[in-house]
Write a protein that binds this ligand. Structure first.
Ligand code: ATP
Ligand code: ZN
Length: 297
């Protein structure tokens, strides 16, 4: 294969991860021009191109070196690693991306009691994730029959082709609609940036480093809020303890009110109404919670 001097990232062509992945790359300052066949997007600013594919193909494309990185669900990455152990060891989860959250779970018919994995022994479990399910069954010492289904896994128990399922769950509405109940979680999943365990050492490695740094900045900003509030000095300790993520606040004196300070703090994660109300009870007032657009230390 001809060496490449541009970084190539694989992402889902159309599906749940497409829009948030595009948005994330845009926030990293990447712009693309789509080819006519809509499979390839040429990067206009940085030397980073996109390949738009089915999500299931992404780990294999990275393992084969067709792409350098990919945005894919942890569930799909790990399934590839368990079902292709030789190629899979070369892959790594480089960053969790915080969207596309879901769980890979075992679900049983609603009226079926569940206590431990052992009771799944001898049962037929339908799944599109035979690698992950097989690994979970092995590590729990359970001998069950894995029935592979490419889709519509949730109707298998009603059709009588399986006794249980192992499938992705987010709200749980699909399970309820099929009279199933979530009983064990195998993987807490979200979209991840997948890549080779060892980044390329040529120019692509430098582009990859640049992208990772920007990504870290974007993720940090996205998950940050700036809190501004005014408080009596004697309530500062308690209010500081209530700030989400326990940041070290910056204090500013208030003219004409020596017992008051303005507190400014960068908090990790969102700030709930309840947290604001707790701070108000502790003496804070004039509270403002602001999103952060860019950050450079
Ligand atoms: P493709 O055509 O690319 O194969 P797909 O049907 O396999 O598409 P989607 O349904 O778009 O894929 O899901 C992509 C990913 O979104 C999943 O692998 C998973 O990581 C994540 N996801 C988040 N919530 C859910 C959910 N409720 N059901 C399924 N996937 C979810
Ligand atoms: Zn898929």
């Amino acid at each position: 294969m001809k060496p490449r001097d541009r970084l190539r990232i694989a992402m889902q062509k159309s599906g749940r991860l497409t829009e948030p992945a595009q948005e994330l790359l845009a926030r990293c300052g990447l712009k693309f021009r789509q080819s006519r066949d809509k499979l390839f997007c040429f990067g206009e600013g940085e030397p980073v191109d996109l390949l738009l594919v089915r999500d299931d193909d992404i780990p294999g494309l990275i393992a084969e070196g067709v792409c350098d990185m990919g945005i894919v669900g942890r569930n799909v990455l790990q399934e590839y690693q368990y079902s292709h152990p030789e190629a899979g060891v070369a892959l790594d989860e480089l960053r969790p991306l915080g969207f596309g959250r879901c769980r890979l779970s075992i679900a049983l018919p609603q009226d079926e009691p569940y206590d431990t994995p052992a009771q799944l022994g001898g049962q037929r479990i339908a799944t599109s994730y035979p690698g992950l399910l097989g690994e979970w069954l092995r590590s729990n010492g359970v001998d069950a029959k894995v029935v592979y289904l490419a889709g519509s896994v949730e109707i298998a128990p009603r059709l009588g082709t399986a006794d249980a399922i192992c499938d992705l769950v987010s709200s749980g509405a699909t399970l309820v609609a099929n009279q199933l109940r979530e009983t064990a979680v195998l993987v807490e999943s979200e979209a991840v940036l997948a890549g080779p365990r060892d980044l390329p050492t040529d120019e692509r490695g430098e582009i990859a480093e640049l992208l990772l740094r920007r990504l870290d900045g974007v993720i940090q900003v996205r998950d940050s809020r700036l809190i501004l509030l005014q408080a009596p000095r004697n309530a500062l300790d308690e209010i500081t303890r209530l700030l989400p993520g326990l940041p070290i606040p910056t204090l500013t004196a208030v003219d004409g009110a020596p017992d008051q300070v303005v507190v400014q703090a960068l908090c990790a994660g969102s700030v709930s109404w309840r947290q604001l109300e707790d701070m108000k009870r502790a003496g804070a007032r004039d509270m403002l919670v602001l999103p952060v657009e860019k950050m450079l230390a």
